[in-house]
Design a protein around this ligand. Sequence first.
Ligand code: SAM
Length: 254
Amino acid sequence: MLSYQHLYHAGNAADVHKHAALALALDYLTRKPKPLTYLETHAGRGLYDLDAPEAVKTGEAAQGIARLRGGFPKDHPYLKALNAQPDRLYPGSPAIARALLRPEDKLHLAELHPQEYDALRSNLRDPRVTSYKQDGLALAQSLCPPTPRRGLMLVDPSYEIKADYAALPKWLAAITRKWNVGVVMIWYPILTSGAQAPMLRALQGDHTDALTHEVRFPPARDGHRMIGSGLFIVNPPYGLGPDLKRLSALFRAL
Ligand code: SAM
């Protein structure tokens, strides 16, 4: 049974890191006048009401987007996606992609939790979007290589099932064999326990040209085990590395 609900965490510092990097990568990819595919293995509900009791209870958005938003340059693509919503509504990754993609692009979104899936369907009504209530990692294997072949896949598990860490390197090796041109972004938490480290070492060993980008931030509350956010990016668009370095500076101010 899935118990993770992203509404408790939407707009936290890890979301800001992941979503700002996603927006930058999509901005690069959409500069070429060729259609692309956006795939998401763990989509969530797409839009999050930061006034909802769940979000207010943890206060994570107050420590994340509320503190970091002012540090982004006015022309940053992440701000474009944020500004497409009222301030109260935080756009999850599918809504960020929807805001930045073009009419000719396609989105494929997997979400397994029935309630989150229903919310995703109603929040992301768009002819470019196909949503799937199924396991995202299996779906990705069946869709790759996608049509159009150019594109980006975001992999954003909740790591509720600890086996996710062990499964991802093998899963990614199979994806990149079938889809060697795709940009694949895997998000992972940086935990006090270091539970993410063996997975990262395995990914880095298999994909020596990939980009790893990490930011650190104070734990959301005393005893909270997440102290940073990481992205492992296969086939990063040219220029993304320096942009991510600028993003690091924003987090250092936290
Ligand atoms: N990517 C979203 C964003 O940034 O806005 C947040 C996603 S949240 C971290 C992870 C989501 O994955 C949850 O909504 C959870 O219900 C869903 N999920 C868990 N296991 C899944 C699976 N095997 N396949 C697809 N979705 C799954």
